[in-house]
Design a protein around this ligand. Structure first.
Ligand code: PBG
Ligand code: ZN
Length: 327
């Protein structure tokens, strides 16, 4: 007998030899309970408007949105994050804080029709302002502190209309503290804040801006969203949101920022969410349509990588498809 073979004691392949072993030894799993599905709600009527850059994703009007909710529930998804496309935009994003704004109406309707839904709202101004920036403008600049009051009112208004959780995404300094304060003094101390704590200024948001009609009319978001080159700064953003009272920290985008998910996972005991953003979705869809990759397999592998990196929660346009494959 060859001596070298006897010395080969360590054989990781022993535990990979059959599905039985592989299932037993699997370290991370994806379940439908991990997933939150984004839905775009438009103030128009009789609308199911396909987003060309996001195959399978639509803008839904309230008189038709039940088609989409029924399909999500059928797939096993009952957690949604809502984005609104109002009928009118103005410099201060009035629809965002209006009792009869598109999201407020959607919340009341969906809570009434589907008590089993968990409804999360995106708290930001870019879908509601005519200039498309995430806050109130002072000249060409977003005025951080003036914006905080608006975000506070938007969050309170969402809670009043029935939101189960609010998710501020505008990367304003102090937004979590301001919203926590506003909710607490209005008897909403039980409503959690899932903060987009670590949000990078990313080209991967392109298709979303078509879907939400929220592209900035001038300039970019680099003065408030983070520089993709920065890692240490992610820790600082996370720390500040924890101090201000965030309940869940989100990292966004996900796939190109798995190192950041892992970094934040190691640095806090708070639950971690990540946003598998529009561009990540569209790239997989496009390559799959061309037959260049197996879309289902790449989707599942990508979502699993986010869990492996440390995310507890994944916001993803793939939610329905992934949940169906997990059945
Ligand atoms: C709004 C917001 C954006 C996304 C979620 N909330 C876009 C942006 O910052 O321009 C991106 C989501 C996606 O790309 O899927 N602040
Ligand atoms: Zn915004």
């Amino acid at each position: 007998m060859n001596k070298e073979l006897f010395d080969l004691v360590h054989r990781p392949r022993r535990l990979r030899q059959s599905a039985g072993f592989r299932d037993l030894l699997r370290e991370h799993r994806l379940t439908p309970d991990d997933l939150i599905y984004p839905i775009f709600v438009t103030a128009q009527t009789n609308t199911k408007n396909a987003i060309e850059t996001m195959p399978g994703i639509y803008q839904w009007s309230l008189d038709r949105i039940n088609e989409e909710i029924d399909d999500a529930l059928d797939a096993g998804i009952n957690r949604l994050i809502l984005f609104g496309i109002p009928s009118e935009k103005d410099p201060v994003g009035s629809d965002a804080i209006n009792d009869d704004g598109i999201i407020q109406k959607a919340l009341r309707q969906l809570k009434g029709d589907y008590p089993e839904l968990m409804l999360i709202t995106d708290v930001c101004m870019c879908e509601y302002t005519d200039h498309g920036h995430c806050g109130i403008l002072h000249g060409q600049q977003v005025d951080n502190d003036q914006t905080l009051g608006y975000l506070q009112r938007q969050a309170i208004s969402h809670a009043e209309a029935g939101a189960d959780m609010v998710a501020p995404s505008g990367m304003m300094d102090g937004m979590v503290g301001a919203i926590r304060d506003g909710l607490d003094v209005n008897d909403f101390s039980h409503i959690p804040i899932m903060s987009y704590a670590v949000k990078y200024s990313s080209a991967y948001y392109g298709p979303f801006r078509d879907a939400a009609e929220s592209a900035p009319r001038f300039g970019d978001r680099k003065s408030y969203q983070m520089d993709p080159a920065n890692r240490r700064e992610a820790l600082r953003e996370a720390e500040l949101d924890i101090e201000e009272g965030a309940d869940i920290l989100m990292i966004k985008p996900a796939l190109a920022y798995l190192d950041i998910i892992s970094l934040i996972r190691e640095s806090t005991t708070l639950p971690i969410a990540c946003y598998n953003v529009s561009g990540e979705y569209s790239m997989i869809k496009a390559a799959a349509e061309k037959g260049w990759i197996n879309g289902d397999d790449v989707m599942m592998e990508s979502l699993l990588s986010m869990k492996r990196a440390g995310a507890d929660i994944i916001l993803t346009y793939f939610a329905k498809e992934a949940a169906r494959l997990l059945k």
